[in-house]
Design a protein around this ligand. Structure first.
Ligand code: 4AD
Ligand code: MG
Length: 431
């Protein structure tokens, strides 16, 4: 008889089945042993009786420790007393991988769990998050492909900065200095001349010195870039994308969300809500009037300010028209609102803050050169990028979604480190 998953066995509900997995819990007496078995789909209680399997085999069952891997053949039936409502009466079992005392037990510190991430990944919590993450990334691909976008992959080794030199990771590239990608954007801007609308989900690297619950040094960004597109349209697509992703997670991962104790009603609300768009200067007004916070015009919004805005709106809010001087060199000034840039951030509620950043792209070579120089960059290194403005330039826009930021918010996580299999931060580079 072929092996089926625990969930498939439970769906079957009765009769003889074969399953395999890992010991999740074990207890028993000298006559009967209760093993809760785990696989990637669920857990189930299995009962091994000495009278049935014989003295020798029962000794083996007695030696089983948590996380040993076993194959089980037996009969499944409904049992309301069992943890997941079904129980397997074991006819035969076979130990595949014995297990020493598993290093992880209850109530261990987050640091210990991070040191043992290679083992903690097996926890039902991490498995639930990784399944939701997979749905999120799958939804991103579907969202863009269904709308005529072409997937386009960037180089990860890049010759220049794009989001500021302070967070660049330098690599020794045959004795020359080169950098790990901070964004796919500049290369996507080249691709739109061939492909019109492009998107990608790719690894992104930033030497962030901040030890917050929102920053990783290696994260995945889902970006899009489109020719003939202005700021307004880009923000609307970003809103649609986020709602689409939440709907997909609600459709495919209810059980995981429940396991994580996520408020599903709240998520359903986010999937249907109107997300407001406001200008930076209106944001300052709200912060002043409602929260008595005096923010000097000209600064990017900080976490505390984003938190207050989110608290005010209770749903994701798009903030546009940040002060141009605080923005990346490629974000153009709005001719209709001097001093501000044609750019936006989307801020998630519940303290998750910025999940999306994007803008129209400047087509003014001289302005970009000036701004690069101000940052201490040599415009000569960006000649290829300026070429894109010389040979049939078109208005274009794009944005990037932080995959782990989004997963953290959807799952309601305390820390972004749990939104990725093996997190990397300033203080964490292994396992
Ligand atoms: O706002 P950012 O820096 O935008 C860009 O890089 C643009 N070039 C994107 C584009 O227009 N194509 O980053 C985009 C998003 C942020 O909103 C945030 O969600 C996430 O990437 N992000 C991080 N996530 C985790 N750890 C970090 N250190 C992050 N930095 C940015
Ligand atoms: Mg940003």
């Amino acid at each position: 008889m072929g092996f089926i998953s625990i969930q498939e066995a439970m769906n079957k509900g009765s009769g003889k089945i074969s399953i395999r997995g890992w010991v999740y819990r074990e207890r028993g007496s000298n006559k009967i042993k209760f093993i809760v078995l785990r696989d990637h789909t669920n857990i189930i209680q299995c009962v091994i009786e000495k009278a049935k399997v014989g003295e020798e085999k029962f000794k083996e069952a007695d030696r089983l420790q948590i996380e040993a891997s076993i194959e089980i053949h037996g009969e499944i039936k409904k049992d309301d007393r069992a943890p997941t409502g079904y129980e397997i009466n074991v006819d035969e079992f076979n130990v595949v991988g014995w297990c020493d005392t598993f290093p992880i037990s209850k109530d261990q510190s987050p640091e210990f769990l991070l040191d043992n991430r290679h083992l903690w990944l097996r926890s039902r919590k991490m498995a639930a998050i990784m399944k939701i993450r997979s749905t999120v990334v799958g939804a991103i691909h579907r969202f863009f492909r269904d709308r005529g976008f072409t997937e386009f992959d960037p180089p990860i080794f890049q010759p220049t900065q794009s989001e500021g030199g302070a967070t660049l990771f330098k690599v020794d590239y045959f004795r020359e200095e080169i950098y790990l990608s901070q964004t796919w954007q500049l290369y996507a801007e080249a691709a739109i001349y061939a492909l019109g609308k492009v998107y990608d989900v790719s690894p992104t690297f930033r030497a962030e010195k901040s030890k917050t619950s929102r920053h990783l040094t290696e994260f995945w960004m889902a970006e899009m870039e489109a020719a003939w597109m202005g700021l307004k349209e880009a923000t609307e697509i970003a809103k649609e994308e986020i709602k689409f992703i939440i709907k997909e997670v609600l459709e495919h991962n209810k059980e995981e969300l429940e396991f994580l104790k996520r408020d599903i009603k709240l998520l359903e609300g986010y999937a249907d809500a109107e997300y407001p768009t406001i200008k930076y200067k209106e944001a300052l007004k709200i912060l002043k009037e409602k929260y008595n916070m005096d923010i000097e015009w000209g600064k990017d919004l900080r976490t505390i300010e984003e938190e207050k805005l989110a608290d005010h709106f209770k749903v994701p809010v798009v903030v546009t028209h940040y002060p141009v001087e605080a923005m990346a060199f490629y974000k153009p000034e709005d001719p209709e609102d001097p001093g501000t840039a044609l750019c936006f951030d989307m801020i998630a509620p519940e303290g998750y803050c910025e999940i999306v950043g994007g803008s129209e792209r400047s087509t003014d070579i001289e302005d970009m050169k000036k701004r690069l120089k101000k940052m201490g960059e040599d415009p000569k290194n960006y000649e290829w990028y300026f070429d894109l403005r010389k040979y049939g330039s078109v208005p274009h826009s794009g944005y990037g979604v932080g995959v782990e930021r989004l997963v953290s918010w959807i799952c309601g996580l305390d820390n972004i480190k749990d939104a990725i299999g093996f997190p990397r931060t300033m203080l964490r580079k292994s396992p």
